[in-house]
Design a protein around this ligand. Structure first.
Ligand code: C5P
Length: 399
């Protein structure tokens, strides 16, 4: 199962380092090629000789060999690896991974690694439960690091609780599972554009018109496309979300900016997903000074914005174009209208009448509508909805 996989086993200064010997042996037995990188403190817990013997290679600790100046390149190590597995991972190393501190070879290797990264935390129960450690683990997990949860039991301190590093056999199982879940890079060589989030239409230098879109659905789709190997240009209105891994983000504010960016990027794209909540109207004139209030009512004259999706649909050819419809009434008929008008291959309908669907939340309940019919899905996480949408894009690609 791990045949030929290149694994860097990172060992940090924890009592649990003794288990790294068994872990190394099991990884090698499964067919993996293992290189061991230890932090300076880890050498106090398990000897380099043990780890070198088990991994069949000299272990690495320092940036260079002080005897002959030979450089231990964290960059080539990072390129070589299919996985960087840090076991045991101390609270200290986890915190440094979060902040980008690079004061030893293991940390520079982490920052250079393009591979999967997994950590098996090991520490005392209070250190593990501390809000700082928990936040660090959450951040790492959000950045795509796999966390191999510690078990509960007796700790080196004599206290009993959660913090004991997972057993080597269990870590190996999780490493296998991480490789097994590796997605096929089915969209390699394809480029997609995704519009996401809300546009902002200025009224004056202070006020603007916008809507409730958070961008979560579009960001999840961009992430899913990228995880299948596609090159993704995410044209994003204002959101509070981090840019998904492997995605190139183009920030825009107004509907007009989004239109210009989308039309430009569409020229070289193989497909597009129109997920943004684009303003339909924008002020005819933007005041260059803050509008003063008076006792009278005020009227702002609005003009239509350009329809991005319709423009891309008109020049679609045989590329895939997906649209969204967020409706409050007459849902299906309205969605079918958009399918025709904007020349979408399919429309993702989410109704504001469904609980848990639409804006803000992490879930969505959608119906995919194409020219052959309707496909209704249950309430799912936006991530799973993204996966369903990208699956359908792939079936259209294959036609
Ligand atoms: O017409 P309506 O705004 O309801 O259509 C929604 C679909 O059209 C969404 O996919 C949305 O991203 C897209 N759209 C667009 N440009 C606009 C308005 C909507 O791309 N100006």
């Amino acid at each position: 199962m791990l045949n030929g996989k290149h694994i860097i086993l990172g060992i940090t200064g924890s009592i649990a380092a003794y288990k790294a010997a068994m872990l190394c042996r099991l990884l090698v037995k499964e067919g993996a090629e293992v290189r061991v990188v230890m932090t300076p403190l880890a050498k106090q817990f398990i000897t380099p000789l043990t780890m070198a013997t088990l991994s069949k290679h000299p272990i690495l600790v320092e940036f260079f060999n002080p005897e002959n100046g030979e450089w231990n390149s964290h960059v080539s190590l990072g390129e070589w690896a299919d996985m960087l597995l840090i076991a045991p991972a101390t609270a200290n190393t986890l915190a440094k991974m979060v902040t980008g501190i690079a004061d030893n070879l293991l940390l520079t290797t982490y920052l250079s690694a393009r591979s999967k990264v997994a950590v098996a935390p090991a520490m005392d129960l209070d250190m593990y439960a501390h809000i700082t450690t928990q936040n660090n683990l959450k951040t790492l997990s959000e950045r795509g690091v796999s966390i191999i949860e510690p078990g509960a039991g007796e700790l080196a301190s004599g206290l009993v609780g959660k913090g004991r590093m997972a057993e080597p056999e269990e870590i190996v199982e999780q490493v296998k599972a991480i490789f097994a879940s590796e997605k096929k890079k089915s969209l390699e060589g394809k480029r997609y554009i995704v519009t996401a989030g809300a546009t902002i239409e200025a009224i004056d230098p202070v006020r603007y018109i916008t809507n409730h879109s958070t961008g979560k659905m579009g960001y999840a789709i961009a992430e899913e496309l990228a995880s299948r190997g596609a090159e993704v240009r995410l044209i994003s209105g204002r959101t509070a979300l981090p840019t998904p891994k492997g995605v190139e983000r183009i920030d825009v504010l107004s509907a007009e900016d989004m239109y210009n960016a989308a039309v430009r990027e569409w020229a070289e794209a193989d497909g597009g997903v129109m997920c943004a909540a684009v303003a339909d109207y924008t002020p005819v004139a933007v005041a260059d000074r803050k509008l003063k209030k008076s006792d009278d009512d005020m009227r702002i004259e609005l003009k239509r914005t350009k329809d991005i999706a319709k423009e891309l649909g008109a020049t679609k050819g045989n590329r895939v174009l997906v649209g969204f419809a967020l409706e409050t009434d007459n849902e299906e008929a309205n969605a079918e209208g958009k399918l025709q008008r904007k020349n979408f291959d399919f429309v993702v309908l989410n109704s504001l009448q469904d609980k848990g669907a639409g804006f803000r939340g992490d879930t969505n309940k959608v119906t995919l509508i194409d020219r052959n019919g309707h496909e209704e899905h249950p309430l799912m996480s936006k991530r799973d909805v993204a996966s369903v949408i990208v699956d359908k894009i792939e079936t259209i690609n294959q036609r």
